[in-house]
Design a protein around this ligand. Structure first.
Ligand code: HEC
Ligand code: HEC
Length: 327
């Protein structure tokens, strides 16, 4: 029979593929990764991703059209800028270090202090921030309306002229595609390649998960439990972290546990970019941080031999995903 079951199945799948082409698309989540939760109001479509990507790389989002999102979140550096503190338009210095957007789709809170609950809302922050784009989302929409390509894409993706919702939903959709899941750690842990890590990296991994319990905070597939904590980086923080919004002393110096994926290229480290190297970060933990009334009780001094330190750093370096950076 010409129409055997396989052919029929193929036709059905092809039909669904094309009928969904313009609608919601489903990511195949990498093995070991949880299901991606996308807000009901903003299902992911290929048109939104396309528009969002164009906007992410477009300098017209800044007042003087000098920088784009990608100027600070540069794909080459795992969506960071490798600067101590970010630089906005007219060389203005932002008060914090640019975080990576690696697997940002899985975050539940945004900004270093986690005070912003939505990826869509986070799009507006840099546009309005004086030290970043120093602009306004309504004025970005006006600029888009003067560009035929943007009007066309906006109508295709949302059935609407460019407006703030179009901008934030499109960029958030693009950001949700920034999935990194192919580091050597993933190959070893999720893809069953027992040769992907060498002996030193495996020893470092054991230190990370067992003896040092780094995974009490840097846990799960994305190396973050999402908590906002004080790691005793300073006795007195210049940047008060979460307290900036809550005004509660007990939130002083509290910052979000960052992912450690692609950590070898997202230097310098911490909310203020004050630690230049991974070795410096380990030294901070060996010391148990500084005295601070809000310091998390999991941050305690410990001993580490020179070799163990090398092993731990070797493990952290195998969280780099070169295919992610090359995208
Ligand atoms: C001038 C550099 C700069 C530009 C331009 C910039 N960002 Fe950022 N971005 C930062 C910094 C610095 C932070 C951390 C800010 C904070 O914690 O207060 C950040 C935070 C974020 C976060 C939250 C990350 C997390 O882990 O919580 C997202 C998402 C983000 N930016 C997306 C964007 C998008 C989208 C654009 C363009 C519309 C953009 N950024 C433009 C520097 C920049
Ligand atoms: C109590 C929770 C907690 C524990 C335990 C912990 N960390 Fe962290 N880690 C954090 C937080 C929070 C930050 C960000 C602090 C900041 O921005 O000031 C961080 C930052 C880092 C960074 C820099 C990330 C970046 O992008 O700047 C590295 C690397 C790191 N930790 C590695 C480790 C290692 C290795 C261990 C175990 C020795 C460990 N952490 C234990 C909470 C923790």
């Amino acid at each position: 029979m010409l129409f055997n079951k396989k052919v029929l199945l193929f036709l059905i799948i092809t039909f669904f593929f094309f009928s969904f082409k313009n609608k919601t698309i489903f990511f195949s989540v990498p093995s070991g990764f949880p299901k991606l939760v996308v807000p009901k109001e903003n299902p992911i479509t290929s048109e939104k991703i396309r528009l969002g990507k164009m906007l992410f790389f477009d300098k017209m989002l800044s007042r003087d059209s000098s920088i784009s999102c990608a100027s600070c979140h540069n794909p080459k550096y795992a969506f960071t800028d490798q600067l101590k503190k970010a630089k906005g338009i007219k060389d203005r210095t932002v008060s914090r270090n640019t975080p990576t957007l690696t697997n940002i789709a899985y975050n539940h809170s945004f900004l270093r202090d986690g005070v912003n609950p939505s990826l869509e809302a986070q799009v507006i922050v840099p546009i309005h921030e004086k030290n970043e784009f120093d602009f306004h989302i309504l004025l970005v929409a006006e600029r888009m309306k003067k560009n035929k390509k943007y009007v066309e894409l906006s109508k295709k993706a949302f059935g609407e002229e460019p407006n703030p919702k179009v901008i934030s939903n499109a960029i958030a959709s693009y950001e949700r595609t920034l999935i990194s899941s192919n580091s050597r750690f993933d190959q070893y842990n999720f893809h069953g390649d027992s040769l992907a890590l060498n002996a030193s990296e495996i020893r470092g991994m054991k230190l990370f998960y067992n003896k040092l319990n780094c995974s009490s905070c840097h846990s799960g597939f994305n190396f973050s439990n999402g908590e906002i904590v004080n790691t005793g980086l300073y006795e007195k923080y210049n940047d008060v972290g979460k307290m900036r919004v809550t005004l509660d002393q007990s939130d002083n110096g509290k910052f979000k546990v960052p992912t450690l994926r692609n950590i070898s290229i997202t230097y310098p480290y911490m909310h203020d970019g004050n630690i230049k190297t991974l070795e410096g970060v380990i030294d901070h933990y060996i010391k148990g941080g500084e005295k601070n009334p809000n310091k998390d009780e999991r941050i305690k001094a410990f001993n580490l031999s020179k070799l163990q330190k090398q092993d731990l750093i070797a493990f952290l370096k195998c969280l780099t995903d070169s295919s992610f950076i090359a995208r």
